[in-house]
Write a protein that binds this ligand. Structure first.
Ligand SMILES: NC(=[NH2+])NCCC[C@H](N)C(=O)O
Length: 417
């Protein structure tokens, strides 16, 4: 499959997923925060909920599982040894290399994801409070964040939190070596003089149009990370490109990524968390124009919605949690109510639990229906107009994300009309 993502909403043709496994459970209340969770999860419920998302996606698009892709690239001995080296070096456990290299690709892929339990074979390890030499990748089911398809390239994430760094190393190996998905990758760390402060995570990067990127600047994506993207656009030396940056608060943690407060629904609607996106605040929206190898303009805009209007994307905001009650807005934003994922223009997926958000979608012309209607074949996506397809989600949102966070689209059809 050729990589090609020129919008947030074009008909989905390929998406990378990761079904959560034991790695989501292997933590305690004491270290859940380090794992970037706001609660501890029940795996069997999380998997049931996730299966609904995966089954729904299987009815409309090609889906790829990270674990299968990883196993397939590990079958190549050179990739296997370089990946083992890179990971052990990055995580300061070079002593594990030989043991890891001796594993089959299946077991190695599993250990990379689920973690490697620390042996208690010397005094330091015996006394250590850590259970793992290589900690589990608790957040890998949020495949959105560690790599992102932007037009025909894959930008490798530079994770703000070291507990997620291995995810981007794995994604880079996959996109560099997997024939099924091979692509040109761009890694901010692989530059001549990488800026250690530059961080970029996929939840902050929205491809609004082939010439418009919308990027969140907050706890996960730094200004230096965005500067890296500006440099990339400059290097392409082509037509005018717009970078619209939205500053984000650093707390509460539900504001980690832009896609937790803003997502695109179709050619004329976007989903917003109103208190941040519609009301005046100290969080600026900045419009950067790049053309022919230089930044031709950089200025503050009244809001992100205004900035989008300025580039010809006139979007009506639909409010997460409805329009009346700040408490409800905050509650539903917390459980990823604004985090919609588009299967096609106007056909979007979100959590059923956010009932006020769904009601507001309905008020804006979206039919609300449960995912099972489509999975069972009772309804077909192609026969539907604007719709909000709902997923059961009680455990998954505790991991800190929704449908957009859990999907990494690699190919979308062009948007017409
Ligand atoms: N695209 C997103 N909003 N992803 C949500 C990721 C949540 C995850 N627990 C983290 O903190 O990294």
């Amino acid at each position: 499959m050729k990589i090609g993502v020129n919008s947030e909403i074009g008909g989905l043709e390929g998406v990378v997923l990761h079904t959560p496994g034991p790695e989501v459970e292997n933590m305690t209340p004491r270290n859940a925060e380090r794992a970037l969770y706001s609660d501890i999860l029940n795996l069997s419920v999380a998997q049931k909920e996730y299966a609904q998302l995966a089954d729904l996606l299987d009815t409309v698009t090609e889906t790829y599982q990270v674990r299968d892709l990883l196993e397939s690239v590990l079958a190549e001995p050179a990739v296997k040894s370089s990946l083992v080296m890179t990971i052990c070096e990055a995580e300061g456990c070079l002593d594990l290399c030989d043991d890891l290299l001796a594993l089959t690709e299946k077991t190695l892929a599993r250990q990379f994801i689920e973690g490697v339990v620390q042996p208690r074979d010397n005094l330091t390890r015996f006394l250590s409070r850590e259970r793992y030499s290589l900690p589990p990748l608790h957040n890998f089911f949020f495949t959105r964040d560690a790599a992102m398809a932007i037009t025909d390239e894959i930008l490798i994430g530079r994770m703000a939190k070291p507990v997620r760094s291995r995810e981007s190393i794995i994604m880079e190996a996959i996109f560099n070596h997997c024939p099924r998905l091979s692509a040109r990758t761009v890694n901010p760390l692989a530059q001549k003089h990488p800026d250690p402060a530059a961080t970029i995570e996929g939840g902050d990067v929205l491809v609004a149009r082939d010439d418009v990127l919308v990027i969140g600047n907050g706890s996960r994506t730094s200004t230096q990370g965005i500067d890296f993207i500006i440099e990339r656009l400059k290097a392409q030396r082509d037509r005018e490109r717009h970078l619209l940056v939205q500053e984000l608060p650093h707390s509460p943690e539900s504001f980690i990524h832009l896609d937790m407060v803003f997502t695109l629904l179709d050619q004329c609607h976007c989903m917003v968390f109103g208190p941040l996106m519609l009301q005046p605040s100290k969080y600026q929206a900045i419009h950067i124009t790049v053309e022919n190898g230089r930044v031709t303009r950089i200025r503050e805009e009244k809001s992100l919605i205004e900035a989008l209007r300025g580039v010809g994307m006139d979007l009506t905001p639909v409010c997460c949690g409805g329009v009346d009650d700040l408490w409800i807005q905050e509650r539903e934003q917390w459980h990823s109510g604004a985090n919609f994922f588009a299967l096609a223009p106007g056909k979007v997926v979100g959590y059923a639990r956010n009932v006020h958000t769904m009601e507001e979608m309905n008020n804006n012309g979206f039919d609300v229906l449960p995912a099972d209607e489509i999975i069972s074949g009772r309804r077909q996506l192609k026969d539907l107009g604007r719709c909000a397809i709902t997923l059961d989600g009680s455990e998954l949102p505790r991991g800190g994300g929704g449908a957009r966070c859990m999907t990494m689209p690699v190919r979308r059809r062009p948007v017409t009309g």
